[in-house]
Design a protein. Sequence first.
Length: 452
Amino acid sequence: VVAAGLTFLTYLLSTPRNPANLELTFGILAVVVLNALVGFSQEHAAERTAEALQTMLPRMARALRAGQLVELGAEELVPGDLIALEAGDAVPADARVVEGHELSVEMAALTGESQPVGRTDQPVDPGTAPLDARNCVFMGTSVVRGTARAVVFATGIATELGRVYRLTADQAPEPSPLQHQVIDMARRVAAVAVAAGALLFALRLATGNAAVDSFVFALAVMVALVPEGLPATLSVSLAVAVRRMAAHHALVKRLAAVESLGSTTVICTDKTGTLTKAEMTVQQVFASDRVHLVSGVGYAPVGAVEDATSVTDVLAAGALCSDARLLSPDETLDWRVLGDTTEGAMVVAARKAGIDPEAEAVRAPRVGVFPFDPDRKLMTTLHRAPGGLVAHVKGSPQAVSRCSCARRSPIIWPAGGSPNSTFLARSSSSRSAGVGTPSSRPRPWPYRPGTW
């Protein structure tokens, strides 16, 4: 803008006036307007995308009012309300659990951990931090398993998610490394241009030239030294980079932030040392005394299981001994899992092996369940199969290895035999490579329903 003003001043003071200076003035102003439009359009698009992210916040809630369970907007909740939660619900406010049944909550939005966290209705030490309190649920998280009733103690900006927002909103924006460099360069160019203009003005006066002509000439030199096209060039280059990042689902709200990413030398992550999408994927299945590789990543049932016929029993057992459901994509969301992420990964692996979990559930309906608990480190479901009752067991390798028998198709081995030792050795090597190893097994159930 200063360059445009100087150029226009040169046009006014010139005798005769040079139309080229007027054209240059409008050209510089056009570049300034273009630069502003590019920046505004890009940042406006990013803001609209950011607003779309607000869909992760719950819109509706179920609360007890006048002894009746009613559905109301999440913004209508107040501290003291008693809300009802079940699997698949987004938690509408920070609340303390007063009644819970096998409750697990996915808290990746607050803690970054992809694994669901168990919640309880048991009291905790009064000095416990809210996020560490096992009897609290928080806005922005979601219920993956179980049911609960909880008393609201914070809503809106007073919640833990609101505290995160306040911390980010209170941070004053800092210039990016690129902006620092541009500002420094602009100061240097301005100093050189003013110095050169003043020197030439003085030299022309000393050689007998008219003051007005000398001033116009000095202005022209200063304008020529200013890189008017630099802002537009920078904006267009950064906009192209933003578009490329958007293709990889990276949202950039400020154009200048793109260059900051390129200047990053250290990335600090959480204690796990990983950045995740809160998704789990089965990569290997150990069955029939060998490893079967599984292709595909994420929750889309696209991929294949190596020698799928040899792992049908173990994957069917894993799918039946799960409460997670695989949801098909819609207009706004891709394949996703409702429930525990590990169980969801096992359901996806079963589909890749050609198993239909819904059809298996109809063929062998569930008649009982022993939920997972930290002491047993197992989850057991009972199913009425054509050959009688069958128990499907899922849990840690050490816990599953305690089963009284193990199947190594088509043989049933007694506990403590070779398959168990090979199985545990394989599990240990997988953990050393950073791979989780949940396990599942089917076995006959000798008791009648109602006797456990």
